[in-house]
Design a protein around this ligand. Sequence first.
Ligand SMILES: C[S@@+](CC[C@H](N)C(=O)[O-])C[C@H]1O[C@@H](n2cnc3c(N)ncnc32)[C@H](O)[C@@H]1O
Length: 374
Amino acid sequence: MKTSHQVLFQDAKKMKSLKSGSVDLVVTSPPYPMIEMWDTVFSENNPKICSALQAENGGMAFELMHKELDDVWKEVVRVLRTGGFACINIGDAVRTIHDNFMLYPNHSRILTSLYQKGLSPLPAIIWRKQTNAPNKFMGSGVLPAGAYVTLEHEYVLIFRKGGKREFGTEKYRAGRQNSALFWEERNQWFSDVWMDLKGARQDQVDKNVRKRSGAFPFELPYRLINMYSVKGDTVLDPFLGTGTTLLAAMAACRNSVGIEIDQNFSEIIDAQFGSIVNFSNDHINERLRRHETFVKERLQTKGPLKHINQHYGFPVIMNQEKNLMFNHLTEARKTESGCFEINYSEKPMRTSPRQAKEADIPGKKNFQQLELKM
Ligand SMILES: C[S@@+](CC[C@H](N)C(=O)[O-])C[C@H]1O[C@@H](n2cnc3c(N)ncnc32)[C@H](O)[C@@H]1O
């Protein structure tokens, strides 16, 4: 099994090289309108934005910034296949302009824009980014009535183009089953509030670069890709930044295309690609290990599980998990044309040789013995 991953350094307002309906899933996070770190990027696209900010016309600046994004959303709708999903991570902004402190509701402006362009909005995820920062409470402290509630969340807006995706042939149905999640992951990932997102990639990337780039944690696109696409699908991120979505697609055995206007990100994308094999395999092993821990606890508290996964031999809750399988990465290379290619193991692996040394992971027998004892 093989996937390919392409980075296009260009403006996402025109995705000429992408055919209509050629993308199965969009996962992205645009520059956030009215958050100061993105003022320059928006102003470079349209000098009227700079003028509106200088004239302290917050409403006009907000609308003009969203008009820039609208052109990208139009292309997103065009390239997305019928039945495909778009997941957009966005935060609202608070800002004082002309002595008026107010919220600029980016999420509702984007939701309306994509709805008007023909996508169906679905229940969204609130990504709770709890902080202990002393300045998180804004306004007049404990005195009524001039304090503001904290802004400690962002959104992951979720849309679908048209009706449910069809998995018409036996081959597609098998691919879908093979791409299943664990039941316990479903319970967490398909909940509307995410509070547990860890920046799994954070120690691999310079923290200052992450701050400047507005990068999201690896786990965010990784979950969404697993939730809304199947292995072999094509994932698009039109605002690629440091390349997190591409890395998540590589780890999840999907193809991907990333578009980024700023060529300066090329170096960091390449650098991260350098460690993708070990990083992804560790991530997969961690999922396996977490499932095994879940099974042990479940056996002790609720008794035997009903089904056995046919690839790994461990118990699972649902019949739909029986064919779930991970493909470990075996090789990563950059081709002469600049495309990234990943090869995968066809057979299920319990763990990488490196991790096997570190941990004594129980196999099928241990679980069966545990089950018999109950
Ligand atoms: C919030 S950041 C994305 C961060 C990314 N999710 C990551 O994990 O690194 C938005 C990115 O969009 C890029 N961008 C802004 N306008 C663009 C456009 N019109 N076309 C393509 N990329 C654009 C910016 O340069 C920036 O890197």
